[in-house]
Ligand binder design. Structure first.
Ligand code: GDP
Length: 296
């Protein structure tokens, strides 16, 4: 991931660093190349434009151009801007409430939502020693609830017993009750996915959120879908109070645009990256490390 963006930017910056002095025109030319590289990596157009405008403004400042190593300084400005674009600091889950804390997972079908629910549950029970209950509210897709139960067995996390015929809001209510009565620290609600964003899906999510009052509403999106992932995120974040994003399939050869645009488009941090099918293939998202990888 990011390879081609990294190569393109590397070329631009090598040329900049290779020069002793820089003029404003040099910087503007380099930034035009940066803009093209970002767009080719599938970064959303307004995000790329804003990024390049901000960096250009800083980079053509006189103390940059007159400095001893102007190329170096411009690269540093780009690095800092990339880190900011990716969300600055690492963002953990905020579950510090009277238990049970509720984490609601939302996203399109096939984005990796159910797998990610189990991955996060595994992480919470393991390194954070929380007592976690998972419940699937997906009554549309056949076997969705069974899929979560199977994953629960694999990661040794409890799942709410399945009651055939129950609707999502009723399941959410039952899950809340069970989590409270049985002393769970965290309840994870895996909501139904859809093939496309539609109103019925949004209404269902809002009804569930009203009952469960989640501390975290995490949108799961597939990094391989590039611009589509960004559009999906925009749609969800317009309608649901998301608290964060999980990008799955970061192990694939995505060009990186989804990761780079997500923060600017949703205003919410990327909290985790899914890096494989295995249930421990989940990483905290570190903006600095990702920026470092892009800039080599
Ligand atoms: P859902 O419909 O959104 O609940 O999607 P699933 O959780 O069922 O995942 C769909 C497929 O994507 C499964 O085969 C998962 O193993 C796979 N998957 C999920 N996350 C990742 C990831 O980060 N990397 C890779 N390579 N595969 C993933």
């Amino acid at each position: 991931m990011f390879e081609s963006l990294s190569d393109r930017l590397g070329g631009v910056f090598d040329r900049l660093r290779g020069r002793g002095a820089l003029t404003e025109a040099d910087v503007r030319a380099a930034m035009r190349e940066v803009r093209v590289a970002l767009l080719e990596a599938d970064v959303a157009l307004p995000v790329a434009r804003q990024f390049v405008d901000g960096v250009t403004e800083q980079a053509i400042g006189q103390n940059v151009l007159r400095s001893v190593t102007p190329g170096q300084q411009v690269v540093k400005i780009v690095n800092d801007a990339l880190v900011a674009m990716l969300g600055a600091d690492e963002s953990e889950l905020l579950l510090d409430v009277t238990p049970p804390a509720v984490v609601m997972m939302v996203g399109l079908q096939g984005s990796g939502k159910t797998t990610t629910t189990a991955k996060i549950a595994k992480r919470l029970t393991g390194r954070e020693r929380k007592k976690v209950l998972m419940a699937s509210l997906d009554v549309n897709r056949p076997n969705a609830q069974e899929q979560l139960a199977t994953l629960g067995t694999q990661v040794e996390v409890a799942t709410l017993p399945i009651v055939p015929g129950q609707q999502p809001v009723e399941i959410a209510r039952r899950a809340m009750q069970a989590a409270k009565l049985q002393g769970y620290d965290v309840l994870m609600l895996d909501t139904a996915g859809r093939l496309h964003v539609d109103q019925a899906l949004m209404d269902e999510m809002k009804a569930v959120a009203d009952i469960a009052r989640p501390q975290e509403i995490l949108l799961v999106v597939d990094a391989l879908t590039g611009q589509d992932a960004v559009n999906v995120a925009q749609n969800f974040s317009d309608q649901v109070p998301l608290t964060g994003v999980v990008l799955t399939r970061m192990d694939g050869d995505a060009r990186g645009g989804a990761a780079l645009s997500m923060r600017a488009v949703t205003g919410k941090p990327i909290k985790f990256a899914g890096t494989g099918e295995k249930l421990d293939a989940l990483e905290a998202f570190h903006p600095e490390r990702v920026a470092g990888r892009i800039l080599g």
